[in-house]
Design a protein around this ligand. Structure first.
Ligand code: CTP
Length: 401
C-alpha cells in the first residue's frame, strides 16, 4: 500500500553536497502522490537554487523567516501545523547540532522547534565528522526525543575519503517514509518469504525455469517491513533491487531453496511461500556444455522436494501461507493444496488472466481459508495484495490466539 499518497511532507534541505539528491527525493515523493513543501537553509542554496525546487513543487519553497510576507505563503508556524512529516535530507552536522540543542536561528531550525510532526533525519557528511563523539551525542539526543535517524550509507565520499557518510539511498528514504505512515501491526513477527523462480541446470549454460520474476514476494517483503516485521526473503534469480531493511538470501535451485528455508524456518512466526519452484530437475547435470549432435534428445527429469509440503509437516505454531498458480480449476486445485500441505491460508493465483500472475505489477487473487471460506479480491497492485494478505493473516492469527 502506498502510504505516502496525499501526505503533507516538509523537506528540509541543509547545506551539503548531497543537497542535489533532495531534488530526486522530492520527485519520488511526488511520484507517490505526496505533497512536498521545501525549506532550505542559506548554505543549501549555495548547492542547489530554490528555483530548482520551485519549478517542481506547487507547495512552495521557503528560505527565510520572512517568507510569510509572500502572497499565498505560509509562515513557519503554519508550515509546522501543515506538515504530517518532516524529512531532513541531507541533514548536516550543523543542522543536527541545532536540532539536538533546540537552537532557532534561521527558518529551518525555527520551524523544527515549532513542529510536532514526526521527523526523519538523513545525515550526510564526511566520515570523521559522522563518527565524531559530539555528532553521535547529538544523534542520541535527537533519538531520545523521538526523532528518527536514517544512518548514512558507507562508500566513497565527495571529499575523496571512503567510509560511512553518504546520504542514505533515496529508495531507502522512501521506504522509511512508507514505514512511518504504516501501522506497526506486524512488529514482533519474524516473516520468512520465498519468491521468484528456480533454475535447474542441464549443463553449465542451460537450465529449466519459469517466468516468475519475484515481484509478488518483493512486494510482500516491502509491506511486511513497513509494518514493523523482521523479514527474511529467500529469492531465486531475479533482477529486482533488494528491499532496504530486509535480509536477502539468494538461491538458485529448488534444493538450494529448500536448504535455506529449512535453516530459517525454526525462527519464523509466519511463512509465505510465493516462489514458483520448479517441480522437476534434470536427472543429471552435464559437466560440460551439451553439444548439438543428435536429431532428437530425451530429457530425464526427477521430482524436486516439495518444500511447502515439508513445512506443513514440520510446523509448530508458524502461520503457513502458500500460493497456488493455476491455469484451470483454480479454487478446487488451490483448496486441495491448502489441505494436503496443511496450510493456514492459500492465495489462489490464476495464470493467463490479464493483469494477474507472473511478472506484472498487478495481481488478481482469491484467499482460501481452512474453514471453507473463500474471498475474491479485485485486480490490484501486488503491494495492495500483500497488504490485504497481511490483514487476513493478523485476523486469522488473532482467532487462534
Ligand atoms: N512449492 C514448494 N515446493 C515445490 C513446489 C511448490 O514449496 N517443489 C510451493 C509453492 O511455493 C507454492 C505452493 O507450493 O506456495 C504451490 O505451488 P504450485 O506450483 O502451485 O503447486 P504444486 O504443489 O507444485 O502442484 P502442481 O505443480 O501440480 O500444480
Amino acid at each position: 500500500m502506498n502510504q505516502v499518497k496525499g501526505r503533507k511532507i516538509v523537506l528540509g534541505v541543509s547545506g551539503g553536497i548531497a543537497a542535489y539528491k533532495a531534488v530526486d527525493l522530492l520527485r519520488r515523493i511526488q511520484d507517490l502522490e505526496g505533497r512536498v513543501a521545501v525549506v532550505m537553509t542559506a548554505n543549501a542554496q549555495r548547492f542547489v537554487t530554490p528555483l530548482t525546487f520551485q519549478a517542481l513543487t506547487p507547495e512552495g519553497v521557503y528560505t527565510d523567516l520572512f517568507d510569510a510576507y509572500r502572497p499565498g505563503a505560509m509562515d513557519h508556524i503554519h508550515l509546522a501545523q501543515w506538515a504530517d512529516l518532516v524529512v531532513l535530507a541531507p541533514a548536516t552536522a550543523n543542522l543536527l547540532a541545532k536540532a539536538a540543542q533546540g537552537l532557532a536561528d534561521d527558518l529551518l531550525s525555527t520551524f523544527l522547534l515549532a513542529c510536532t510532526a514526526p521527523r526523519l533525519f538523513c545525515p550526510a557528511m564526511n566520515v570523521r565528522m559522522y563518527e565524531n563523539p559530539a555528532l553521535q551525542a547529538n544523534l542520541d539526543r535527537i533519538q531520545e526525543r523521538g526523532g528518527l535517524i536514517l544512518e548514512p550509507a558507507a562508500g566513497s565520499l565527495a571529499c575523496g575519503e571512503t567510509g560511512r557518510g553518504r546520504l542514505a539511498p533515496v529508495e531507502q528514504i522512501i521506504e522509511s517514509l512508507q514505514g512511518i505512515f504504516s501501522p506497526a501491526d506486524l512488529r514482533g513477527e519474524r516473516i520468512l518469504i520465498t519468491t521468484g523462480c528456480t533454475w535447474e541446470p542441464l549443463d553449465p549454460v542451460r537450465f529449466l525455469t519459469n517466468p516468475s520474476t519475484g515481484r509478488m514476494g518483493f512486494a510482500l517483503a516491502r509491506v511486511a517491513r513497513r509494518r514493523g516485521a523482521t523479514v527474511t526473503l529467500i529469492s531465486g534469480p531475479t533482477h529486482l533491487a533488494p528491499v532496504p531493511g530486509v535480509e536477502h538470501i539468494p538461491v538458485v535451485t529448488a534444493r538450494d531453496m529448500e536448504k535455506a528455508v529449512l535453516e530459517a524456518f525454526p525462527r519464523a512466526t509466519i511463512v509465505i511461500k510465493a516462489a514458483a519452484v520448479s517441480d522437476y530437475r534434470p536427472e543429471e547435470t552435464a559437466e560440460q556444455k551439451i553439444k548439438k549432435k543428435e536429431e532428437r534428445v530425451t530429457l530425464s527429469l526427477v521430482q524436486n522436494p516439495d518444500i511447502l509440503r515439508r513445512l506443513g509437516r514440520l510446523k509448530n505454531d508458524q502461520f503457513l501461507v502458500g500460493f497456488a498458480a493455476e491455469t484451470e480449476h483454480l479454487l478446487q486445485n488451490a483448496r486441495t493444496k491448502l489441505e494436503e500441505k496443511n496450510l493456514d491460508l492459500i492465495v489462489a493465483n490464476p495464470i493467463g488472466v490479464p493483469g494477474a500472475g507472473f511478472a506484472g505489477e498487478t495481481n488478481q487473487v482469491h484467499f482460501l481459508f481452512p474453514d471453507g471460506e473463500a474471498e475474491k479480491l479485485p485486480l490490484m497492485l501486488k503491494e495492495e495484495v500483500a497488504s490485504q494478505l497481511f490483514d487476513r493473516i493478523i485476523r486469522e492469527k488473532g482467532k487462534k490466539a
